[in-house]
Design a protein around this ligand. Structure first.
Ligand SMILES: NC(=O)c1ccc[n+]([C@@H]2O[C@H](COP(=O)([O-])OP(=O)(O)OC[C@H]3O[C@@H](n4cnc5c(N)ncnc54)[C@H](O)[C@@H]3O)[C@@H](O)[C@H]2O)c1
Length: 266
């Protein structure tokens, strides 16, 4: 029997076909979970495609268009999942934004607000909506997608992103402590350089700043990764599938780098 047989998993920010969220949803479905994908309304078509692919893997799936910065939309999403599947065993907070200037003095209030609202408060609000369900069920697994930039400060990353990911890790650890006795595990995965649209935008920015090509920016980044390359989103899916599974029953409060050995900086 597959490790996540009869489990219901919800993944936020899982609309984009080449994003980390979609790869996580796929891995969880491959492990037998019924997966709920959520993302912004603009990703509705991509989510409909995802549902078809996920159904083919594990039998059933569902999509909910919603914004993680809207508490009432989180509540409505969780209600819809409860009405349809009656439980949530795994919550993966993957939705995230990477924006703002790498020049700290140029960061705007809006850069800070959006970064913190999506990457931290949205994550916290989703946990708050799902934890009572997990408590009633006798347990569950929460996996928060932070970043290597949540473990240390890395060059060419906006301060609002780094600060938001440090906060995501703080939230993860606090929830791990608070709910361990109720068999709710809470862990963070910290991706390094993963090939997605967000990563492409970062490379384009670095290339522009340094007057080099995107390929040269990629080569420079890869040179700082001990394994020597930027990875596909599926590597993050594998880490999440492990943390969500019974194989990780005794694992809570960890921050797992998935970064090819890359250093998180200072
Ligand atoms: N790509 C990398 O190298 C990398 C490295 C470290 C961490 N991460 C983290 O991994 C996660 C996924 O990133 P990705 O690279 O796949 O980028 P991505 O832009 O493809 O995915 C982010 C997803 O979040 C969704 N989203 C954004 N704001 C939202 C909101 N308010 N409500 C609901 N959904 C929202 C987007 O629509 C998108 O589908 C993010 O949390 C990111 O910070 C990525």
């Amino acid at each position: 029997m597959k490790p996540l047989h009869e489990k219901v998993a919800l993944v936020t920010g899982a609309g984009h076909p080449n994003g980390i969220g979609r790869a996580i949803a796929q891995k969880l479905a491959e492990q037998g979970a019924t997966v709920v994908v959520t993302d912004l309304e603009q990703a509705a078509e991509d989510m409909a495609d995802a549902v078809e692919q996920l159904k083919a893997l594990s039998g059933d799936a569902m999509a909910v268009a919603m914004d993680v910065t809207k508490k009432e939309q989180i509540a409505s999403c969780v209600e819809q999942v409860q009405a349809r599947f009656g439980k949530i065993d795994v919550l993966v907070n993957n939705a995230g934004v990477g924006l703002g200037s790498t020049d700290f003095t140029e960061l705007t209030e809006q850069d800070w607000n959006i970064s913190l609202q999506v990457n931290v408060v949205g994550m916290a609000n989703f946990c708050q909506a799902v934890i009572p369900i997990m408590q009633a069920q006798g347990g569950g697994s929460i996996v928060n997608i932070a970043s290597l930039a949540g473990l240390g400060a890395i060059e060419a990353i906006p301060a609002c992103y780094t600060a938001s990911k440090f906060a995501a890790i703080g939230l993860t650890k606090q929830l791990a402590v608070n709910y361990a006795k109720q068999n709710i595990r809470c862990n963070a995965v910290c991706p390094g350089s993963i090939v997605t649209q967000m990563h492409k935008a970062t490379l384009e920015f670095i290339a522009q700043e340094h007057g080099i090509s995107v390929e040269e920016a990629q080569q420079h980044e890869d040179a700082g990764i001990p394994l020597g390359y930027s990875a596909q989103p599926s590597v993050v899916g594998d880490a999440v599938a492990y943390l969500a599974s019974p194989a990780a029953t005794y694992v809570t409060g960890i921050t797992m780098p998935v970064a090819g050995g890359m250093s998180p900086g200072i």
